[in-house]
Design a protein around this ligand. Structure first.
Ligand code: NAD
Ligand code: WQD
Length: 338
């Protein structure tokens, strides 16, 4: 029997790529998104890529009544929950917005799911829950903490979902801790389209390459890393999306909560990303070294063995694939979906 998956935030960066993988794996997809950080064109492009149609509900997950109507209209088997705000700096300026949207949104979603008898959820958590800890690679059992409201929302939601599973053993929740998602679908039809000046490294580099920004600022070259710049675990968004399909396949065998890192297990420096982008795409990326960004750690990368052993998932794409696909998307869509 074909399963129906409700994807909250399905018009966003990771959500749209996950919809592609779900449709290609034979799932039926329903998207709920309020388009606060995305564009209706993204799901249209997903339909173009896959040749499959699906319903998109322009609904805010904080709006209980409208959300309940979506569950009443469709026979939903499981929810993949991406909807939320994600900018660290903005969360420091607008903590209440972040707590309201991310936490109240998730509580409302859980209540509506429980009422509808849908008790399987895959949640977008983040490597940000490993906090300022520099003890890489991170295992899922590493201590967790947060240093900003965005990170707190991820930690609190992880706790809320664990408590829900303890109270009601019918629930199955998978917490996926993403490392640094980058790149785009190879078609160049969907990709990352940040509002304003990008906070994250790869979209910043792509916008320098396309001429929208003049110069990359590298935040510090005095970290205790091989070349002094920050080290991260960049993961191709298609590998990440595939991790959701694998997690979904595994929920039948699972009881309660399971936590998985989704990363490659490889630490890549800022300079590695810049030089690989230049080499693969043949475009110089002018940069200057500036002071460290407050809140950044030297190194963050995953121990991804648990996902390999239990979900049979590994990241397959290389850094070369990531920079090529990021540039392909940016080149074909210099102003994003606008
Ligand atoms: P995104 O902003 O592109 O996607 C989020 C989507 O949710 C957007 O389409 C937005 O319009 C929608 N949305 C937000 N609030 C909503 C609400 N109240 N009701 C309905 N829709 C709402 O972000 P993304 O990069 O695709 O991230 C998806 C999830 O993964 C987020 O929860 C994010 O915190 C998490 N995550 C992202 C990263 C990353 O670096 N991109 C890393 C770790 C975790
Ligand atoms: C990567 C590296 C920077 C921009 C963030 C969130 C995290 C998660 C993923 C959601 C670092 C350096 C960056 C620039 C730079 N999101 N850099 N110049 O900080 O690892 O993680 O996104 O959950 O919560 O904090 O990612 O892409 O911002 O930075 O030198 O203009 O690139 O210092 O070393 P980060 P990033």
């Amino acid at each position: 029997m074909q399963q129906t998956i409700l994807v909250t935030g399905g018009a966003g960066y990771i959500g749209s790529h996950t919809c592609v993988c779900l449709l290609e794996a034979g799932y039926q997809v329903i998207v709920v998104d309020n388009f606060s950080n995305s564009n209706i064109i993204a799901p249209e492009r997903v339909q173009q890529i896959t040749g499959k149609t699906f319903t998109v509900h322009p609904v805010d997950i904080c709006d209980r009544k409208t959300l309940a109507a979506v569950f009443a209209e469709h026979d939903i088997d499981a929810v993949i929950h991406f909807a939320g705000f994600k900018a660290v700096g903005e969360s420091i300026e607008q903590p209440l917005n972040y707590y309201h949207n991310n936490i109240y949104g998730t509580i409302t979603l859980c209540e509506v799911m429980a009422e509808a008898g849908v008790k399987t959820m895959i949640f977008s958590s983040s490597a940000t829950v490993y906090g300022m800890n520099d003890n890489v690679p991170f295992k899922e059992s590493a201590p967790t903490s947060a240093t900003n409201p965005y990170g707190h929302t991820k930690l609190f939601i992880e706790q809320i979902l664990q408590d829900v599973c303890i109270a009601d053993p019918e629930w199955t929740v998978t917490l996926l801790r993403y490392f640094n998602p980058v790149g785009a679908h190879h078609s160049g039809l969907i990709g990352e389209d940040p509002n304003g000046v990008p906070n994250n490294l790869m979209p910043f580099i792509s916008q320098v390459a396309v001429g929208r920004l003049k110069k990359l600022k590298i935040f510090g070259n005095d970290y205790p890393t091989p070349d002094g710049t920050g080290v991260r675990d960049y993961i191709h968004v298609i590998d990440l999306a595939d991790g959701h399909v694998k997690a979904l396949e595994s929920t039948g065998k699972q009881k309660g909560v399971a936590i998985y890192n989704l990363g490659t297990g490889h630490g890549i420096s800022v300079l590695d990303v810049v030089t690989t982008f230049e080499k693969i795409n043949g475009i110089p990326i002018p940069y200057k070294i500036v002071p460290r960004r407050p809140g950044d750690i030297a190194s963050s990368f995953a121990d991804p063995k648990k996902a390999k052993n239990i979900l049979q998932w590994i990241a397959k794409k290389t850094l070369e694939d990531m920079v090529r696909d990021a540039w392909n998307w940016q080149q074909k869509n210099p102003n994003g979906y606008a």
